[in-house]
Structure formats: structure tokens, C-alpha cells
Design a binder for this molecule. Structure first.
Ligand code: HEM
Length: 441
């Protein structure tokens, strides 16, 4: 017997098709419009696929945390991204994911990350030594390069040849762009196969894997400790059998860390510089509250630096959207929905929802200061996700962002140029161009 479900209000099949088309052109605007119309949660009907889009923090908590066992990541992440990146933390589900997470999690504990602060600090200092100054400098590609250098140096505390770095960086950028193309234009997937585009990307993946394999093999021959993430991955042992990971699993996890830890941070930093340039009073306050002479540890615990980064990620969450698939029928409040329903979590919308945030569109870092922020407010804030699949690199990411920001603001003056960056929502919330006038002090 067919069950009756009580799906949220939303769009009919035809309307959903039209919305999907509109959404390809303007994903955020289209979703914001629908959220307004349906008060924070709506259903999309794509024939056999039931989809619920939500920015309701209670619903998000239900899916990511309270009832997380009933949800897997969708095939977009596990299969479409996984076919190029392999099976790592970001691209797996169930028992396999849990075993990997238990293995890798201790390496990202705050005490372990502490050993990476000096790598981060040195990478940032070297980078700033040749940072360009002048009019209308696009800081996005610079932040992209910086974030890549930080993650690559933290993974492999050895000199990786420049052309190999460039090939890895290009691979992870291009693979994301291609997967987004596949997701947004599924009707063209036959053509992507036939034209050889899929194979070209698979070849690039093979090349990236070979570069990483060579680094691992060199490391295995070395007797030295490097105190980097690769040492951590090589030394990690499974709880159940005391064995290390296979080399191919380590390569999968490294590709995942590169992809997950690169563009997200680059986006947040580029948006932070843009917001600070647009708000000179906030920049001045930040320079005063985070003095030039702070140590790295003091930067990491500095309230003002952390608040600027958190407020930036409220307005421009690098992971602006995520998804899950229900393994069994489920219910939340008055809604009931069948197994197989896809839940789209719209973090960007929630972070700007006036039900939860005062002056949601304004840049007010002090709202995150320890004396102002409440547990209640944080229930509407998910820059790193939530539940057991919370970003494993969250402490690392916060540390690198505040360490860099601190070094940057005491070396450079930044001014806005009256051109707002366009938002380019790919897998992450990329700014198109972030043009700033930059002078050295
Ligand atoms: C500003 C920077 C970052 C942001 C905003 C961010 C955000 C996120 C979010 C929202 C998720 C959960 C996705 C979901 O539930 O569907 C996630 C997962 C993940 N992130 Fe991050 N991330 C950042 C930096 C990093 C860094 C630096 C690393 C590692 C070096 C990293 C590694 C990962 C991994 C491996 C996962 C998958 C975890 C799992 O499923 O067990 N991230 N990240």
C-alpha cells in the first residue's frame, strides 16, 4: 500500500523543472526567493526524487546530528566527486567512513594541530614577503595560492617541486568545476563521456595520485620525523586490528584533505579581506584588539581575530550548502517523508535569516565576541557543519585564518574600490574577483 507522506509545501513537478533551470543561473537568489515564499523549508518535486530544501536550524540539527544515523551523504559527493578523488572521509559513508574518521580524528585534535602552527606562520610570512601592492589587486587568486601552500606544507613538511604543486592545485580546482558541471547539466553526461572530458579528468587524477605516491615513498625511506599531517596519516593505526592504512587509502585521504582544506579557507580569507576593507572602523578596532606583537598562540585564542573570521563565515559560509539522503522514512515536526528523500541544507540562507540574526546583512564581528555570543545563537550557525561529520579540519582552519589575518593587517593597509565581488557558488562559495587597493605600511 502506498503511504501518504506529509511533505512541506513547495513546487509541483513542472514548477520544479522551471526552478531547476533558473537555479543553474542564479542558485542563491532562486533559493532565497523560495525560502521567503515558504518560510524556511520547501519541497521540490523532480518525479521519482523527493527533495526538501531547508534553512530551519531545528531541521538541520535533526538531519546532521539528532537523527544522523538515518542519513548518508548523497551520491553527488560519494560517487561523482569520489570517482576522481577516491574513497576518503568526504566521499564515503557508513562503516567505512566511521573507521576512517576514528583513525584520522586524533591527528586533528587541537594539541596535534598545535605542532602545525609554526608551519602555518612561516608559510604566511614567506607569502607576505612578496605580496603585491597597488591599485585594484585581485586578492582571490592570492588567497587561493596561500591556502594551497599552507595545506600542502602542513601535509608534507618538505619542498614539493613547484610544477608538482601547480599540477595538484590545478587538478583539485578543475575536478570541482567539472563535477559541478555534471551536477548542473545531468542531461549532458553522455556528452561528457563521449567527448573524453571524463577520461581527461580521470587522467589528471592518476597524475595527482602519482605525485602523492612519490612523496609517500620518499617519506617511507626517511628516518626523520617531519611533524606534519603525512607523518600522522602514516603513523595512524586502526583500533580494531592495529594496522596502518594502505598506501592507496592514504592517497585518497590526502586528496580529500587537499580539496576540503584549500578552497574553503581561500574563500573565507578573501571575503574577510573584502569585508575589512569595506569597514575601516572594524579594521582599526581589529588592529587595536590584536596587537602586532601577539605570539601565534595568542593569535589563535584572540577574541577579535576569531570574531572577524566567524562573522565573515556567517555572511559568506564557504560551505554554503550540503546534502543528505534519508535511509529510511523519517519525520520532523509535522513533516513526514519517505526513504530516499534528499535534504538540501542551505547554510547561506540560515546565516542571513532575520529570525535568528539581528541586522543579518551587516558585518558586525563583535556579535561573536565571547561576552555576546550565546549557545542559542550558535544553534543557527553551521560554518563547519554539525554532528559526527563536522569538519575535521575546523581547528586547523581557524588557526590558519587568524594567524594569516594577524600578519596581514599589521603589514598592509587595504581600501575598497567600489566594485563588489560577484558570488560564484560552486562546491564552495567562491568570490569571482576581490579587488582591493593595497599599500604596505
Ligand atoms: C574555512 C575553512 C573550512 C570550512 C568552512 C569547512 C567546512 C566544512 C563543512 C561544512 C564540512 C561538513 C560537510 C557536510 O556535512 O556535508 C566539512 C567537512 C570536512 N572538512 Fe572542512 N572546512 C574548512 C576547512 C577544512 C580544512 C582546512 C580541512 C583539512 C585540512 C578540512 C577537511 C574536511 C574533511 C576531511 C571533511 C569531511 C569530514 C567527514 O565527513 O568526516 N576542512 N568541512
Amino acid at each position: 500500500m502506498k503511504k501518504n507522506y506529509s511533505m512541506p509545501a513547495g513546487y509541483t513537478f513542472l514548477q520544479s523543472l522551471v526552478r531547476t533551470y533558473k537555479q543553474v543561473k542564479n542558485p542563491i537568489g532562486t533559493m532565497e526567493e523560495s525560502m521567503e515564499k515558504f518560510n524556511g523549508t520547501y519541497a521540490v518535486n523532480l518525479g521519482l526524487t523527493r527533495m526538501i530544501v531547508t534553512q530551519d536550524p531545528g531541521f538541520i540539527d535533526h538531519v546532521l546530528k539528532a537523527n544522523h544515523k538515518n542519513y548518508f551523504k548523497s551520491p553527488i559527493q560519494t560517487d561523482q566527486l569520489g570517482k576522481f578523488l577516491g574513497k576518503g572521509l568526504l566521499t564515503s559513508n557508513g562503516e567505512y567512513w566511521l573507521r576512517q574518521r576514528r583513525l584520522i580524528q586524533p591527528g586533528f585534535h587541537i594539541d596535534k594541530i598545535h605542532a602545525l602552527y609554526s608551519i602555518i606562520q612561516k608559510t604566511a610570512a614567506d607569502f607576505l614577503a612578496t605580496f603585491p601592492t597597488g591599485k585594484q589587486i585581485d586578492v582571490y587568486p592570492l588567497m587561493y595560492k596561500l591556502a594551497f601552500e599552507i595545506v600542502i606544507n602542513s601535509l608534507f613538511n618538505v619542498k614539493v617541486p613547484l610544477d608538482h604543486q601547480q599540477q595538484l592545485s590545478a587538478f583539485i580546482r578543475e575536478v570541482q568545476e567539472f563535477v559541478i558541471k555534471e551536477v548542473r547539466q545531468p542531461h549532458k553526461n553522455w556528452w561528457f563521456q563521449l567527448s573524453g572530458e571524463v577520461n581527461r579528468n580521470l587522467k589528471k587524477a592518476d597524475n595527482a595520485r602519482q605525485i602523492i605516491r612519490n612523496i609517500i615513498q620518499e617519506r617511507k625511506k626517511s628516518t626523520q620525523k617531519h611533524n606534519d599531517l603525512l607523518d600522522m596519516l602514516l603513523d595512524a593505526r586502526y583500533e580494531d586490528n592495529g594496522e596502518p592504512m594502505h598506501e592507496s587509502q592514504i592517497i585518497d585521504e590526502i586528496l580529500i584533505l587537499l580539496i576540503a582544506g584549500h578552497e574553503t579557507t581561500a574563500n573565507a580569507l578573501a571575503w574577510a579581506l573584502y569585508l575589512l576593507a569595506e569597514h575601516p572602523d572594524e579594521l582599526k578596532k581589529l588592529r587595536a584588539a590584536a596587537s602586532k606583537y601577539l605570539t601565534v598562540d595568542e593569535c589563535v585564542s584572540n577574541d577579535a581575530l576569531n570574531s572577524v573570521v566567524k562573522e565573515t563565515m556567517r555572511l559568506y559560509p564557504p560551505a554554503w550548502i550540503s546534502d543528505r539522503v534519508a535511509l529510511n522514512d523519517d519525520a520532523y515536526k509535522n513533516f513526514t517523508f519517505p526513504k530516499g528523500s534528499i535534504i538540501i541544507v542551505f547554510y547561506y540562507g540560515l546565516h542571513r535569516d532575520e529570525k535568528y540574526w539581528e541586522n543579518p546583512k551587516s558585518f558586525i564581528p563583535s556579535r561573536f565576541d565571547k561576552q555576546h555570543i550565546t549557545k542559542e545563537k550558535l544553534k543557527a550557525y553551521f560554518p563547519f557543519g554539525s554532528g559526527p561529520r563536522l569538519c575535521i579540519g575546523n581547528n586547523f582552519a581557524m588557526a590558519e585564518m587568524v594567524i594569516f589575518l594577524h600578519a596581514f593587517i599589521h603589514r598592509f593597509e587595504i581600501k575598497p574600490v567600489n566594485i563588489s565581488p560577484k558570488i560564484n557558488p560552486m562546491v564552495t562559495l567562491r568570490p569571482d574577483k576581490v579587488l582591493l587597493d593595497i599599500e604596505q605600511f
